[in-house]
Write a protein that binds this ligand. Structure first.
Ligand SMILES: Nc1ncnc2c1ncn2[C@@H]1O[C@H](COP(=O)(O)OP(=O)(O)O)[C@@H](O)[C@H]1O
Ligand SMILES: [Mg+2]
Length: 242
């Protein structure tokens, strides 16, 4: 039963860069639908793990196994939109080229995804005409337009103000709870990690700890005592690593 639910197996993975061991004997079974946040001090290897999961880099030792033909998308801190393409074109570019991609199906898909990220009507805008939050929404739309099974997000909301950030957190959580896509989400914000995910990987320079969050989201989850307790417990734990 457990095996049917398994999406990714990370088996005894090591990553060494320039003789510095960033990841040492790390194993994790990732179940379908897991939303896993990654937190820890700067320079401890969080982005390196994302690069391994994205298959942009290979482990020094060990292996990561995926289902055949898994579809992976990434979102980074910089929205990295192509400046001379408008919103529609930036997203359209990410639709996989295959026989089913007709002009009409692509247009419908981009419109569907723009509505999901609350940007309907902005198709013809260019990146320089958008706010930081809107650019990030386009970046997320570009990642979602190929219906990924695995979404890797490396500090996507770090440069946004708190109000926009909270909105994007709510929308990302709604998307995840509807689609049950797998998400790895790197953040420096402990409250963001506890808000979004049920599972948290805590990098502490020597090891990677694994924590499950018990809290259940409600409309006023950010004010829920269980949530605040989890944030405070995790803050104390991280402080002890510095
Ligand atoms: N391609 C690379 N070449 C040299 N050093 C690297 C490379 N990638 C990462 N590092 C180093 O590895 C360490 C961890 O980097 P990173 O995974 O980006 O950390 P984090 O995302 O936790 O801040 C850093 O000290 C960084 O300088
Ligand atoms: Mg990083």
């Amino acid at each position: 039963m457990e095996r049917d639910n398994l999406l990714i197996a990370i088996n005894h993975v090591f990553k060494t860069i320039k003789e510095k061991t960033l990841i040492e004997d790390f194993s994790l079974s990732v179940n379908k639908g897991d939303f896993i946040s990654i937190i820890g001090p700067s320079g401890c290897g969080k982005s390196s793990l994302i690069r391994l999961l994205a298959r942009l880099d290979s482990p020094s030792k060990g292996e990561i196994t995926y289902p055949k033909n898994i579809n992976i998308s990434c979102v980074f801190q910089d929205a990295a939109l192509i400046p001379w393409l408008n919103v529609f074109e930036n997203i359209n570019l990410a639709i996989p080229c295959n026989a089913t991609k007709t002009k009409i199906s692509a247009k419908n898909k981009v419109e569907e995804i723009l509505s999901l990220v609350k940007l309907s009507g902005f198709e013809s805008y260019f990146p320089h005409e958008l706010s930081g939050g809107m650019k990030m929404r386009v970046s997320i739309a570009r990642a979602l337009v190929s219906d990924p099974q695995l979404l890797l997000m490396d500090e996507p909301f770090s440069s946004l103000d708190e109000i926009v950030r909270n909105e994007l957190q709510d929308d990302l959580w709604d998307y995840w709870s509807t689609k049950k896509v797998n998400i790895f989400f790197v953040t420096h914000s402990i409250s963001e990690a506890v808000f979004l995910s049920q599972k948290i990987l805590i990098f502490n320079r020597q090891t990677i700890e694994y924590k499950e969050c018990q809290s259940v989201r409600t409309p006023l989850f950010r004010f829920n005592p269980n949530y605040l307790n989890e944030v405070s417990e995790l803050s104390n734990r991280l402080r002890s690593y510095v």
